[in-house]
Design a protein. Structure first.
Length: 83
């Protein structure tokens, strides 16, 4: 894997930290990679079917729907303070 350095504003850094703390990602690196891939998909740079096939091959963490909702609500609450 290649390595890149990205400089972030405090608000962006805080969002990455909250995403990790909420259990959505195991690291800030993982969260940033996911954001880049999502943006590339939104722009049509990455085909959604190809992307899904690559995602589907990866090992998943066990996370209940209830815990996922709790995690997402925590992030939503935190990110609203940045608006």
């Amino acid at each position: 894997m290649s390595q890149s350095v990205v400089k972030l504003e405090k608000a962006e850094e805080d969002v990455l930290v909250k995403m990790v703390e909420a259990g959505l990602f195991s690291s800030k690196d993982e969260a940033a990679r996911a954001a880049i891939v999502k943006y590339a998909s939104d722009l049509g740079i990455i085909d959604p079917v190809t992307l899904w096939n690559r995602i589907d091959k990866h090992k998943r963490r066990k996370l209940t729907p209830e815990q996922l909702m709790k995690n997402l609500e925590a992030i939503e609450d935190e990110t609203q303070s940045f608006s």
